[in-house]
Design a protein around this ligand. Structure first.
Ligand code: GLN
Length: 543
């Protein structure tokens, strides 16, 4: 039987609902239950793919090619369960489904309304493909009290009624702030937030209270009594030094036990959390530190590189070192003599990105890494910049560029308007829609035996990785670039799309067209991140 746990948020946003949901799922999973996490987002975009990283942080891509909320990245990293298109729905997606059905005439003349048609569509989105689960955790984006989340709250209220307390549970995340002048933790915002929920007919059964210090018994009793929840279900969620410490912290507060009690499931035995403890131990007591420069564009907004930062941490875990990240806006390297600042780092990474601004700085960083033999990792846009750098400085093509910026006489990176996926040919129109029109999701690549890339993947010659890009390295330049020393060590199975590049005469220089950071997990660091950090540890010994 599938039980649904709904996680809402109150008081303010950014309380870490995604991590909290992922941590609860990890605890239930550690007890042997089959879990899946889903996110409902109240905005009108059909998916976050068209949103600026400044607005919404990273766009997380699933194997099946959906552009989703970054919380799905936390879900995958904490549970190892691969998310799918079905695991993220937005108001925009729900409405467009309902409106498409209305146009087809599926409603047989009925007046189409928010209740029941939108709420029914939400209920379908929540419950579809959940039969093989013990628990499905549904995170509701936004904050209770927002107008836009009302249809979602109404839908989960109805599900609570239809499936009853044996099949549903409501967890509400709130803030219990410490007011220095009073010297007290304040429970009033929590009380108000629960009132907001009650207004829409939802009585939470658990309160997860974010706070910066333990909640004294007196305050806990007050919250329980005013908000009508069991005192043992008032869970203090203290700030953690690493997100990977959150599952153990919540377990110590009794969160998983209370959820099982709610569903009348056995809760006495403790789950085996030793693998979480091992991760936390390595993160808290590293054997050294490596400094990595991330040379990008959105470096002032770390949410836009969420998975990247996590994957680098995982690479550190694999090598038992702390990875200190130096986020550098690539534009600084467009001033003379600034790139020597990179002398102090042990590895240089140029991540994914869009648009021309800052590209010359990225190319300068690539050149510095190549010439000074500093470990280099180029991801997606970073790989494209590495290829342009090679073309300009080694292959005698000073005008080499990407057609993403402007028409160029040497389109070393360009727009491919069609490529093979399985037996189908996908077509892209150059001037078409922006939403959902990139090469998205998992694609296979073949690695050259004896390449560094293949060695990184334990000798594998066939891999599958996730993509999100519109432009491709132009295979017509392959021979010219290989003559100049660049090795095309990974290609799409049809040999048309370059997937991995490297240099043979460099300690560690790898560019990949895909996004390996999306599949890295704390328990299974992605081999390229483990390898990049291992090479950076070597570099740290040299300098
Ligand atoms: N802007 C480049 C493209 O669309 C790279 C995208 C990325 O780095 N994700 O191909």
């Amino acid at each position: 039987m599938t039980r649904f746990v709904f996680i809402t948020g109150g008081v303010v946003s950014s309380l870490g609902k995604g991590i909290a949901s992922a941590a609860l799922a990890a605890l239930l999973q550690a007890r042997g239950y089959r879990v899946r996490l889903r996110k409902l987002d109240p905005y009108l975009n059909v998916d976050p793919g068209t949103m600026s990283p400044y607005q919404h942080g990273e766009v997380y891509v699933t194997d099946d090619g959906a552009e989703t909320d970054l919380d799905l990245g936390h879900y995958e990293r904490f549970t190892g369960v691969h998310a799918t298109r079905a695991d993220n729905a937005t108001t925009g997606r729900i409405y467009s489904e309902v409106i498409a059905r209305e146009r087809r005439g599926d409603y047989l003349g009925a007046t189409v309304q928010v209740i029941p048609h939108i709420t029914d569509a939400i209920k379908i989105a929540i419950t579809r493909e959940t039969d093989d689960l013990d628990f499905c955790l549904i995170e509701i984006g936004g904050t209770v009290g927002d107008i836009e989340s009302l249809p979602f709250l109404e839908a989960i209220r109805q599900l609570g009624n239809e499936l009853g307390p044996d099949g549903t549970m409501f967890v509400h995340l709130t803030l219990v702030p410490f007011i220095p002048s009073a010297g007290e933790l304040k429970t009033k915002p929590t009380q108000h937030s629960v009132k907001e929920l009650l207004n829409v007919g939802i009585q939470p059964q658990m309160l997860l209270c974010r706070c910066d210090r333990p909640i004294p018994d007196n305050e806990r009793r007050k919250i329980a009594s005013f908000c009508n929840v069991r005192q043992s279900a008032v869970i203090a969620a203290l700030d953690a030094d690493t997100i990977y410490a959150v599952p153990i912290a919540y377990h110590n507060e009794g969160m998983d036990r209370e959820v099982l009690r709610h569903f009348s499931l056995p809760s006495e035995a403790s789950p085996d959390l030793s693998r979480w403890q091992r991760i936390v131990d390595v993160v808290r007591a590293p054997e050294g530190t490596v400094r990595i420069a991330v040379v990008g564009k959105y470096t002032n907004l770390l949410d836009s590189y969420k998975s990247l930062a996590e994957a680098l941490t995982h690479g550190g875990i694999a090598n038992r070192v702390r990875v200190q990240l130096d986020w550098v806006d690539s534009q600084v390297f467009e001033q003379p003599d600034t790139v020597t600042r990179l002398e102090e780092v042990h590895g240089i990474l140029v991540p994914g990105g869009f648009g021309e601004r800052g590209t010359e700085g990225k190319i300068a960083a690539v050149r510095f890494a190549r010439e000074r033999k500093i470990p280099f990792f180029g991801i997606c846009f970073g790989m494209q910049m590495a290829v342009i750098e090679c073309a300009r400085h080694l292959a005698g093509l000073p005008e080499a560029s990407s057609t993403e910026f402007a028409p160029t006489p040497e389109p070393v990176v360009g727009l491919l308007t069609e490529w093979a996926r399985g037996n189908e040919i996908e077509r892209r129109a150059a001037g078409g829609n922006l939403g959902g029109t990139m090469r998205l999701g998992a694609y296979p690549a073949l690695l050259a035996p004896d390449s560094l890339a293949s060695a990184m993947y334990d000798g594998a010659t066939e891999i599958s990785e996730r993509h999100r890009h519109r432009f491709e390295v132009n295979v017509h330049y392959r021979d010219q670039l290989e003559m100049a020393g660049l090795v095309f060590s990974g290609m799409s199975p049809d040999g048309i799309l370059p997937e991995v590049i490297e240099y043979a005469d460099h300690p560690w220089f790898v560019g990949v067209q895909y996004h390996p950071e999306l599949k890295s997990k704390p328990f299974a660091p992605h081999p390229l991140f483990a390898g990049f950090i291992a090479a950076s540890v070597q570099q740290a010994r040299l300098v």
